[in-house]
Design a protein around this ligand. Structure first.
Ligand code: ZN
Length: 291
């Protein structure tokens, strides 16, 4: 059933293996409900895939390209019951810049810092401490290179941050201070925002927005923040295939469920879902330059 209003899922990984079999059906379900979507990437291969998917659609499907901080190290994870091993990648500006030229690419992302998944068990031994420090430095360097790319091509950044807000804020501020002539030109969003009111305002002061996933439908940690936060500062996302909303717990998430995030915000703010839809859609359209 179609919603009477338009929504934008600003963050869904339809380029992941979870959707290899039915990505078009998943996108169709979203578009039929007037839900547009942005597919962010995590490394070069998923960046290419995001662009490839978006190109198949005339409207409503967009991509972001970028190197996620956890992909700087070798990684092993499970997807669809299969073990996947990936080699750590080093950021190559030219490859990403070339991909970003596609008219379907609306942002650089997801990029940022992740101090939660560090390369080794943190035993506290000196050699472990050194490895952690080196990985953090590499993350910071790679993050800056990608802010540079976003700034060079005039597109916003989609930022992932876990246990590293002090450094993310510091790097963005440093970045602005080194670019006085273009200060403020770089915009972006803190995706799946997990901080408090004070942290939110530190990002707003830098011209950034924050965005919320289905996490808010089953975890009340952000209720107070959501009641107070101005509507012109927020966007909504699913972070599919993760973070399925309360009504779909345990299932694979998908963009058509983004309406649950809008409903929860409406309930907390005691306003209509339409007004949440309207505001978050306008914010996303303005930030990403889409219709
Ligand atoms: Zn993501």
């Amino acid at each position: 059933m179609a919603n009477g209003f338009q929504l934008i899922d600003t963050h869904c990984h339809l380029n992941f293996q979870a959707y290899t079999k039915d990505v078009d059906a998943v996108i169709r379900r979203a578009l039929d409900q007037k839900i547009s979507l942005i597919i962010p990437a995590t490394e070069l291969k998923s960046s290419k895939r995001a662009v490839e998917i978006a190109r198949k659609y005339e409207a409503g499907v967009y991509a972001a390209v970028g190197l996620h901080p956890v992909h700087l190290q070798d990684s092993e994870f499970e997807e669809e019951g299969k073990k996947i091993k990936m080699k750590g990648e080093r950021f190559d500006y030219d490859s990403y810049q070339r991909l970003a030229q596609s008219g379907k690419v609306v942002a650089i992302g997801e990029i940022g810092l992740d101090y939660h998944y560090l390369p080794i068990g943190q035993t506290g031994l000196p050699e472990d401490k050194t490895k952690v420090r080196q990985n953090q430095q590499l993350q910071q360097f790679t993050f800056l290179q990608q802010l540079e790319l976003a700034n060079d091509i005039g597109k916003p950044a989609i930022i992932h941050c876990r246990d590293a807000h002090d450094d993310v804020l510091k790097l963005i501020k440093d970045f602005y201070s080194r670019k006085p002539s273009r200060s403020g030109a770089l915009k972006g969003v803190m995706h799946c925002f997990s901080g408090d009111w004070e942290l939110a305002w530190q990002y707003f002061d830098l011209g950034f927005l924050i965005s919320f996933t289905g996490l808010i439908t089953f975890n009340n940690s952000w209720d107070d923040l959501l009641r107070k936060v101005p509507l012109n500062k927020i966007m909504i996302e699913t972070d599919s295939p993760f973070m399925a909303p309360a009504t779909q717990r345990g299932k694979r998430n998908e963009p058509s469920y983004v309406v649950e995030v809008a409903k929860k915000i409406a309930e907390l703010k005691n306003i209509t879902v339409e007004s949440v839809a309207k505001a978050t859609t306008q914010n996303a359209q303005a930030l990403f330059g889409i219709k």
